[in-house]
Write a protein that binds this ligand. Structure first.
Ligand code: GAL
Length: 715
């Protein structure tokens, strides 16, 4: 039987380059005890030196290798070490890896001592190494550092399943199971593939050291399709007669960009509507645990109503992709890079990263396109001919794209993927054609920007999404971007933040998020979000002469003293292609501004939503919420603790700049700033579980508001 042990706990960490840490016996007294995922430094959410994480650090872990594992194979897998790793076992070199976004596995069988304490030492180089993509030039994001994803040990028989690649058809499944024989003699093995009640088997003789690919086909399966509404998933089990067993999740779906320019999922046209995502988080850098990765996918699909995300500009967390599979969110995944192409050796590392990405992720039904170019790089015929070939060889089922920002570019991919920063939609010059970025640096918008800018930011997203939907030959548009992100000095607003998100870095919405959300089907969520603070002096010229409302209702009406004014219909003339065009409410003000503002949304003539904004604008309420109320006692599970100053109806007051002080009792710690100076009236920190069970209480206070408390169970 195969045993898989998480090695996320009990690491020792030293944030300086100390070569003696590779030895079997080393001075560990000063080292810190940490759990993975781990960031090599704590990063403030903004205004920090972007070199702080660019350092060499060391990790050590003791591990007892029981005698019963003698004669078995031990493989150590790192899901992500930023950006280069050298690994020793008991002081002996075990291997090295370049590239922080893809996993690597080392066979450590010959290096361990059975029945004894063993030591894993890892030297982690988190400098922006010019020899490793995406580095070498200047990139508009931060790579951060550390062993920032999971680590596990897999113990199996010497004949074991090294890989499973499933290729679902409509009611059938092809699969290739790679069986490894790490014994000194040939082995006859029966390989079985099973799904539901159907099985297929094959007996093969595998030579010593061989990696044998065994092909299977299962037919006439009774399976339901994987699609956006019902992302049905099934477990496929590959097993060997020695008990080795690997379960792979599969979704039955057909995804294709066709020459009519459209994207089809299971034969049905789906207009792609998405945003780009960076995987980084305030304070944690890249080291966000599964819960936060998964929640981002939920936000994109359920809070923003997207059907596709681009993992700009690198392979993202396996937990994020798992969640995309589970909720039906399509993914365009791309190799690490940003405009710069290095020398021949650099390109070899890039191709290796491409291979590792595809082998890691080709079983995810959510992934519908591989990005095989360095984002916005120049044409490079030989390099990109190779990356396309590698992608097609490793995965004949998926098409390739490659993101460029100039139109006269050599088209080596299957889909022309283009960043259109024209502040409009250019007619497609290739088919298939997908817009992979727009907006971004054309209109950076902070959550505390003046209201008119926030509204225009939202409308730019609305106009471009509307235009793409109405332009023949365009498969869809992915906007820049979902969340504000940390970046280098020369990008963003100088405070190390790029304010290009429709949500801020803490995942709070800006008005642009309301535009996306308003495209949701009202049967799922009714949305009614006025894009205004309804404060007379906030607008140029004074007074709110027009209010944009993002809603999926059929009509909206302002109420004055409880009396509904004339209903207003969505601006279909201005946005002919959107499912739910924004509303433009002329002259909504309730002059002389003495009563609270109220608006209602109706469907089928009935009021289905109501929104009030307090006229006094007093931030009289401190809100405090936890996204999750139960955490795992694993030393790394986290939830967001969010707080805000709101009016009496729960509307965040973006110019409230108070300070919130937090206290925590129980087995958890806060990761973030405390006290926290509110940004745009709100803020957030992470609550990280300890390794003990218990009840955690978080209290938030300001000098002026009622103290708020949330409770979280660590189990
Ligand atoms: C693009 C780039 C993105 C981001 C964006 C900002 O050119 O691909 O990574 O920098 O600009 O608008």
């Amino acid at each position: 039987m195969r045993e898989v042990a998480s090695l996320n706990r009990d690491w020792l960490f030293w944030p300086y380059d100390t070569p003696s840490a590779k030895r079997r016996v080393a001075n560990e007294r000063a080292m810190y005890e940490v759990c993975l995922p781990h960031s090599n430094v704590y990063v403030p959410w903004h205004n920090f030196d972007d070199k702080i994480y660019q350092r060499i650090s060391w990790y050590r872990r003791h591990i007892k290798i029981p005698a019963r594992w003698r004669n078995r194979r031990l493989r150590l897998t790192f899901d992500g070490v930023m950006i280069a790793a050298d690994v020793w076992i008991n002081g002996k070199p075990a291997g090295a890896h370049k590239g922080g976004y893809t996993p690597f596995t080392l066979d450590i069988t010959s290096l361990v001592e059975f029945g004894k304490d063993n030591v894993i030492s890892v030297r982690v180089d988190s400098t922006e190494r010019a020899d490793i993509p995406p580095c070498g030039g200047v990139i508009d994001y931060l790579t951060f550092g550390g062993i920032y994803r999971d680590v596990r040990l897999t113990v199996s028989e010497p004949v074991y399943i090294a890989d499973v690649f499933v290729r679902p058809g409509a009611r059938s499944l092809s699969a290739t199971v790679t069986v490894a024989n790490d014994q000194a003699y040939a082995r006859e093995t029966e390989v079985v593939l099973a799904l539901g009640g159907k099985t297929a088997r094959e007996t093969v003789i595998i030579a010593p050291g061989e990696r044998r690919k065994v092909d299977f086909a299962l037919r006439n399966l009774t399976v339901r399709v994987w699609d956006l509404e019902t992302p049905n998933l099934y477990d496929v089990t590959a097993s060997l007669d020695n008990g080795d067993r690997v379960v792979t999740r599969v979704g039955f779906r057909q995804a294709r960009f066709e020459t009519d320019g459209k994207f089809y999922l299971n034969g049905k046209h789906v207009q792609l509507f998405g945003l780009d995502r960076h995987q980084t988080f305030p304070f944690l850098g890249g080291a966000a645990p599964a819960r936060l990765q998964r929640r981002d996918a939920d936000i994109l699909k359920r809070e923003l109503g997207l059907n596709i995300v681009r993992t700009s500009h690198y392979p993202q967390s396996p937990h994020f992709l798992d969640r995309c599979d589970e909720i039906g969110l399509l993914v365009f995944e791309e190799i690490p890079g940003w405009t710069h192409i290095g020398d021949a050796a650099w390109k070899e590392v890039s191709k290796q990263e491409l291979r590792e990405m595809i082998v890691r992720d080709r079983n995810h039904p959510s992934i519908v396109l591989w990005g095989v170019r360095i984002n916005e790089s120049a044409d490079d015929h030989d390099y990109y001919t190779d990356t396309n070939r590698i992608a097609h060889e490793l995965d004949p089922t998926r098409q390739t794209g490659g993101v460029r920002c100039f139109r006269e570019s050599e088209m080596l991919e299957d889909v022309f993927t283009y960043n259109d920063f024209s502040n409009g939609v250019q007619p497609p010059n290739h088919r298939p054609y997908l817009i992979t970025e727009f907006n971004g640096h054309m209109f950076p918008t902070k959550p505390f920007d003046q209201e008119e800018r926030m509204v225009e930011h939202a409308l730019r997203h609305a106009r471009i999404q509307d235009a793409q939907m109405g332009t023949p030959g365009i498969a869809g548009a992915i906007g820049w971007c979902a969340f504000d992100y940390n970046t280098h000095r020369m990008f963003g607003s100088g405070d190390r933040v790029c304010y290009h998100g429709v949500m801020d870095i803490f995942r709070f919405p800006k008005f642009a998020a309301y535009f996306y959300k308003s495209q949701l089907d009202p049967k799922r969520t009714v949305v009614l979000e006025p894009a205004s603070l309804m404060k007379q002096g906030e607008r140029s010229g004074g007074g709110v002469s027009e209010m944009v409302v993002f809603s999926n209702c059929e009509e909206v009406a302002v109420c004055r003293d409880g009396v509904e004014a004339k209903p207003i219909l969505p601006d279909r003339a201005g946005f002919p292609n959107l499912p739910h065009p924004p509303f433009r409410v002329p002259d909504p003000e309730s002059y002389p501004w003495i009563t609270d503002f109220e608006i209602v949304g109706k469907i089928g003539g009935k009021i289905v939503a109501r929104k009030k904004i307090a006229v006094d604008g007093i931030p009289d309420h401190l809100s405090l919420t936890a996204d999750a109320h139960t955490l795992a006692a694993d030393g790394s599970d986290c939830t967001r603790i969010a707080f805000a100053l709101t009016d009496r109806y729960g509307n965040i007051q973006p110019y409230a700049t108070g300070v919130v002080e937090l206290t925590v009792t129980g087995p958890a710690t806060l990761i973030g700033e405390n006290p926290f100076a509110l940004v745009a009236g709100r803020g957030a920190v992470w609550l990280r579980a300890g390794q003990e069970e218990g009840l955690v209480k978080v209290e938030a206070r300001t000098p002026y508001h009622k103290i708020q408390t949330v409770k979280i169970h660590v189990k």
